[in-house]
Each structure stands twice: as structure tokens, then as C-alpha cells.
Design a protein around this ligand. Structure first.
Ligand code: SAM
Length: 222
């Protein structure tokens, strides 16, 4: 077994299974994705560390455990169509692509969207569609989605994303009243206008910036 496969196995055992994450489909998907291909080249040796890592545009590739936890919370089925807001490195999109038919992912930094698109293509993920834009608006042309995952923390659940859920669809999103900390929420569209909200615990994400998120960083400068 190669060095990275070994590290990946240890990550799954000590960071995920040991914390009670027992969704074998999700753990198998994590086992199939080479996380080392999604981190900056000078940080490859830290790819399997139990933490987020910096990527371009002052953003992060999320902590592996949080990616697995959020993915499990989506309760995915193989035929599902999933929207991700916050492509970042493309790592979580690759995990989703291992589990479902079609993945749509949106990133507001062009450099990240372009790099992730190329990276996912070169790794053979042909069921991932990457869009450069504001993910708080969703992707109306491809809605409704069976599941939506938001990888950045916003001030509230964007109504547009709720509306783009199929009946029975699940939305997992960090929401908080400050930029620093959030609660991870799962919103299930029980029927056309009935949504059930669940609190999955405290998390810490980079801010969701856009029409239904926080204002642009520049606008927050004093
Ligand atoms: N899922 C990513 C991965 O696997 O590498 C990690 C994403 S990082 C924690 C959050 C990302 O959300 C950042 O790349 C950030 O630019 C992006 N983001 C923030 N607000 C956004 C918005 N309104 N639309 C799209 N992307 C957004």
C-alpha cells in the first residue's frame, strides 16, 4: 500500500470511525478520493491532517471529518442530483461524485472554480459540473436538487436554496449570527411548503458571501 493510501486509511479509522461516523457508503467514498491531489503542492504532506488547510484566494479545504459528517447528513442515494455551494478545492465535490449520479458545484472565486474544474476532470470525475458564480442564488437551470450542501457559513438559510430542493430533499448548511461560528443545520423539505430544521452541532466555516449571504469582505472593512 502506498504512503497516501495508508494515511487515508488511518484518517478514516481515527478521524471518522472513531468519532462515531459509521456510514459505510460515505467512508468508502472518502477512501476512493486522493485528498493529496486537492491541497496546494507545498502542503501535500499535511493532506491527511485532522484540520482544514489553506488553499488559494484565502479560502480553505475543509477538515476531512466535517466533509464526511456533512456528506452523511445529506442521506444520499445513488441516483441523486446534488448541488454544492463553495467548490473550493473540489475535494468535497469529488466525494459527492463517488456517491451520486450528478454533482453541480458553484464557487465565487474564479481561480478556485477553474482549478477545481480542471483537477476534477483530470481525475476522471465526469459527473461534476463547476460554475463560477454566487451559490446563494443556487443553480435554477438544474433545480430541483435531491440534496444541497453549503460549505461556507451564512447569516441565514437562503430561501432560494430551500426553494431549489425537491420534495424530500435535504439541505445541510452552517448558519450563524457572527462571521466566526455557526450551527450546522439540516433542512428537510417535507412537502412543498413544509420544511423541518435540525441542529447538527457547532462548526466553524469561512463566510458565505453573496446575495443571500454576508456582504463582500471589502464592504465589511471599516
Ligand atoms: N468544499 C470545499 C473543498 O472541498 O475544498 C471547501 C470550501 S471552503 C470551506 C468554502 C468555499 O465557499 C470557499 O472556496 C469560498 O470562496 C466559497 N464561497 C463562499 N461564498 C460563496 C458563494 N456565495 N457562492 C459560491 N462559493 C462561495
Amino acid at each position: 500500500m502506498g504512503k497516501f493510501e495508508d494515511l487515508r486509511k488511518q484518517m478514516i479509522e481515527y478521524q471518522m470511525a472513531a468519532r462515531g461516523l459509521d456510514d459505510s457508503l460515505v467512508l468508502n467514498a472518502v477512501a476512493a478520493v486522493p485528498r493529496e491531489a486537492f491541497v496546494p503542492t507545498d502542503l501535500v504532506e499535511f493532506a491527511y491532517q485532522d484540520s482544514p488547510l489553506p488553499i488559494a484566494a484565502s479560502q480553505t479545504i475543509s477538515q476531512p471529518y466535517i466533509v464526511a459528517l456533512m456528506t452523511a447528513a445529506l442521506q444520499l442515494k445513488p441516483g441523486d442530483r446534488v448541488l454544492e455551494v463553495g467548490t473550493g478545492s473540489g475535494y468535497a465535490a469529488a466525494i459527492l461524485a463517488e456517491l451520486v449520479a450528478e454533482v453541480y458545484t458553484i464557487e465565487r472565486h474564479k481561480i478556485l472554480a477553474d482549478t477545481a474544474r480542471e483537477r476534477l476532470k483530470s481525475l476522471g470525475y465526469n459527473n461534476v459540473n463547476v460554475l463560477y458564480g454566487d451559490g446563494t442564488l443556487g443553480w435554477p437551470e438544474h433545480a430541483p436538487f435531491d440534496a444541497i450542501i453549503v460549505a461556507a457559513g451564512g447569516p441565514a438559510v437562503p430561501a432560494t436554496l430551500k426553494e431549489q430542493l425537491a420534495p424530500g430533499g435535504r439541505l445541510v448548511i452552517p448558519v450563524g449570527t457572527t462571521l466566526q461560528t455557526q450551527k450546522l443545520l439540516r433542512v428537510v423539505r417535507v412537502s412543498v411548503d413544509d420544511y423541518r430544521h435540525e441542529d447538527l452541532g457547532d462548526v466553524r466555516f469561512v463566510p458565505l458571501i453573496g446575495a443571500a449571504g454576508w456582504e463582500d469582505e471589502a464592504a465589511q472593512m471599516p
